[in-house]
Design a protein around this ligand. Structure first.
Ligand SMILES: [Zn+2]
Length: 479
């Protein structure tokens, strides 16, 4: 709760207490008159409650700050940024006198909060995956974790339970703190046959026919998911893919309700077929072959969102060797209890290295890097997603910063990678007032101790996270 007691609200309480003191002074018999005494106590309680429940914060001027605005333009130095009522009012080099509270931010850099267009909530707790993790308490903790890493928004991509819809509504109305929640609700996979459902996927729809798929979409659409998720992948030849007539029916029906469809995919051939069927979002990279010109042309002409989720593919083999960041506090702070010991233990390492798909997993990752660079250079709308939270090893918060680094390894500049994770991700979600720092936009940003323009790892130097013009935490290492 202390995080809600930012200085803005404390200031607000001070003003209110001053008024109450005046009330007390004017009503000197308040301590002897029980009715007036009760009124005073009631008034104090109302004031305290109002201040706890997120009134508009006082205006603040951030002075001498370096701004990476998320649009892709180079960092602007020595800027003065005025925040009021949760928005950015002005940004300029003029240090106009103002009677607002001033925070000297010399040496600091601000950039928009990160937006993760493909993540998962409530999937795992500790080192295990299972439906028992899908609780309000666990998800609230995960949303705070994301936010402590400067991730302001997360799309939970299709493995949710009933609870997600009330959590989503509370998150978006501001009743629930932490990263803002968007959800695909219950995704669509191929029929199970005689197999049991995978852990955490109990609510997934598995229609066998187009008619059944249409009926499922009608039920789901009534719950108003932000997007619909389909899996079109044989998972390395281990499962059946959703049949094209079934996914076509899902896409057509979803579009009748104005809901876009995101596809988990792997193969170039499926990418083409999905685009022809009207899919709106690729939730992962094309990983078997290099993308061809025809695919690029289709992606561009239809304004398709491409979410690379490089970390997802990296985690398939990264933990087989000791990664340079594995002992860094910034990584460790993102893990559920027990996960660090698991991933650094020899049993887990051996399982990764001895996986018959080890080399294939590496090849898929390298193809994902290559395709990202090619698609980004071709001006396809690439938006950041990580698949974090789907498994204990896909750490929420850390993964989004690793994704930025991997995008740079793929050949993007640090500024381009940041733009993918901020403006582009905001555009992918069709958000109007975030993803870029400019007048009129929400005052949602990360305060960094060093400028990531030339060193992407500097996004990890988090000094504070601000949301709606209020400082909400001091990064993951402050606890
Ligand atoms: Zn996923």
């Amino acid at each position: 709760m202390y995080r809600r007691f930012n200085s803005g609200k404390v200031y607000g309480i001070w003003i209110d207490i001053r008024h109450l003191s005046y009330f007390y002074y004017e009503n000197a018999d308040v301590t002897t008159n029980p009715m007036k005494k009760n009124m005073l106590i009631f008034a104090i309680m109302v004031v305290a409650l109002n201040n706890l429940q997120g009134q508009a914060p006082e205006p603040v001027m951030l002075r001498n700050v370096t701004v990476i605005d998320g649009s892709g333009r180079p960092a602007q130095k020595n800027m003065n940024v005025l925040l009021k009522e949760g928005k950015i009012i002005s940004m300029s080099k003029d240090a106009a006198k103002s009677n607002t509270r001033v925070i000297d931010m010399s040496g600091k850099t601000i950039m928009p909060l990160l937006i993760n267009v493909h993540g998962h909530l409530g999937m795992s707790k500790g080192t295990t995956i299972g439906p028992e993790s899908f609780t309000r308490e666990q998800i609230a903790k995960e949303l705070e974790r994301y936010q402590s890493y400067g991730v302001g928004t997360v799309v939970s991509m299709g493995m949710d339970k009933e609870l997600i819809f009330s959590i989503r509504d509370d998150s978006r109305s501001g009743k629930l703190s932490g990263a803002s929640v968007y959800t695909a609700g219950y995704g669509f996979r191929s029929p199970l046959g005689t197999k049991a459902p995978e852990k955490g996927m109990e609510k997934i729809y598995r229609p066998t026919t187009a008619d059944e798929a249409i009926a499922n979409v009608k039920v789901l659409a009534a719950l108003k998911p932000d997007v619909i998720k389909i899996w079109v992948d044989d998972q390395g030849g281990t499962v059946e893919k959703i049949k094209p007539d079934v996914y076509k029916a899902i896409i057509n029906e979803a579009h009748k309700y104005g809901i876009r469809v995101a596809a988990h995919l792997f193969y170039l051939e499926d990418a083409h077929a999905l685009l022809d069927a009207g899919v709106d979002i690729f939730a992962h990279s094309v990983r078997d072959k290099e993308v061809d010109d025809a695919l690029i042309a289709k992606l561009k002409s239809k304004g398709i969102v491409y979410i690379p989720t490089l970390t997802r593919d990296a985690y398939e083999f990264f933990y087989g060797t000791t990664q340079p960041w594995v002992n860094e506090p910034f990584f460790k702070a993102s893990l559920e209890p027990g996960v660090y010991d698991m991933i650094t233990g020899s049993e887990y390492k051996n399982r990764i290295v001895n996986n018959p798909r080890y080399q294939k997993n590496k090849d898929a990752y390298n193809m994902a890097l290559k395709n990202l660079k090619k698609l980004h250079d071709s001006n396809v709308l690439v938006a950041m997603g990580t698949d974090s939270g789907a498994q204990p090893v896909r750490a929420q918060g850390f993964s989004e910063h690793l994704e930025l680094q991997l995008m740079v390894e793929a050949g993007l500049t640090p500024l381009q990678a940041i733009t993918v994770a901020t403006r582009n991700a905001s555009n992918a979600l069709r958000l109007k007032d975030q993803g870029v720092l400019s007048p009129g936009m929400r005052a949602d940003f990360i305060v960094l101790n060093s400028n990531p323009e030339n060193d992407i790892k500097s996004t990890q130097s988090i000094s504070a996270v601000w949301k709606n013009g209020v400082e909400v935490n001091h990064g993951p290492l402050s606890k």
